[in-house]
Design a protein around this ligand. Structure first.
Ligand SMILES: C[S@@+](CC[C@H](N)C(=O)[O-])C[C@H]1O[C@@H](n2cnc3c(N)ncnc32)[C@H](O)[C@@H]1O
Length: 305
């Protein structure tokens, strides 16, 4: 059995996703229990291969969890005080904010992932997993933010992507940043010493526009043709548009521009479009996640790595 923790305010998307995949589930608060071999996209974290531990006391619960591993994050759905007393008897979990490009936590669980997850299902039953989809407690990864330079908080999506999911491009590479305004992503890319072409119908923030390795094109991303620019190594998009429109744009730049590396936000107006998500997933080597810093959107990428 696996258990997914729904994203705050997006539980309905997790339910729609499981229904779309014909996966039966039981729901307790924000925890979704299911038996299929599937990792939902609209989950903050998924606890894999969960175990059920009958317990006779708080002490016994602590002892049994400790025997399985060191770091445990609680999501409480029941008997909240008893749950907290068990959690208090376990090792304190570090909840420090992380630095951009910081190494991920080590793996003291001895399993594939360092952070277990557990809940008290009823007074005498713990459900837990030593193998979860995130190295951070309940999938919460917060950065030491830069509150002075970036003109929007969108930069946190790129920080999370490069810290947790993909190593940053090599300095000197060429990147195009579609839907760049006000400039959070362009700021991150320029700090990584890429040569950035920023494209948007709206202007960049003045201090971002002044950065030496950013060229700004004030036009629609959909009006630009790949053959008007030098060869691009990385295509980034945070454009607000329908998923199918983004997909067409990607196909154009992939084929005409011969670009190998893409990282894009798939945004949804209204409900998530799972047919379109499957079209993205059908692109060879595609990966899709819901970043902790994504809102009602997903992050898709392909790369040569
Ligand atoms: C979420 S914001 C991007 C934030 C940006 N990534 C940052 O870090 O500051 C979405 C942007 O998409 C832009 N956009 C919408 N339609 C566009 C189009 N057809 N061409 C280019 N940009 C577009 C909007 O003007 C808006 O600035």
């Amino acid at each position: 059995m696996h258990i997914s923790l729904a994203i705050h305010n997006l539980a309905y998307e997790l339910e729609r996703e499981l229904n779309y995949r014909n996966i039966a589930f039981k729901k307790h608060d924000r925890l979704y229990f299911f038996d299929a071999d599937y990792r939902p996209l609209f989950a903050q974290v998924t606890w894999l291969h969960c175990k059920t531990l009958p317990i006779i006391s708080i002490k016994d619960g602590i002892k049994q969890l400790r025997a399985l591993g060191k770091n445990w994050a609680l999501f409480s759905i029941n008997c909240h005080r008893r749950s907290q007393l068990i959690q208090d008897g376990l090792a304190k979990i570090k909840k420090d904010r992380i630095a951009f490009l910081a190494h991920p936590p080590k793996r003291p669980m001895g399993a594939k992932h360092p952070m277990g997850g557990w809940t008290l299902y009823d007074k005498n039953t713990i459900i837990c997993s030593q193998e979860t989809t995130s190295r951070y407690p309940l999938g919460i990864c917060e950065f030491i933010e830069n509150k002075t330079i970036p003109p929007s908080r969108a930069y946190l999506k790129l920080w999370e992507f490069f810290t947790l999911h993909h190593r940053p491009p090599t300095p000197g590479m060429r990147a195009i940043d579609m839907g760049a305004s006000p400039g959070g992503w362009s700021w991150v890319l320029s700090a990584l010493e890429l040569k950035v072409t920023a494209v948007d119908k709206a202007p960049l923030d003045k201090k971002i526009a002044k950065l030496p390795n950013i060229t700004f094109l004030k036009e629609s991303a959909f009006a630009l043709s790949p053959d008007t620019l030098p060869a691009i190594d990385w295509f980034f998009s945070d454009i607000i548009c329908y998923p199918t429109r983004l997909l067409n744009l990607i196909q154009t730049w992939k084929h005409k521009g011969n670009i190998k590396n893409f990282m894009c936000t798939i945004k949804f107006q209204g409900e998530a479009d799972f047919t379109a998500i499957d079209q993205f997933l059908a692109i060879p080597n595609s990966k899709i996640v819901h970043l902790f810093h994504n809102k009602h959107e997903l992050t898709w990428w392909i790369s040569e790595d």
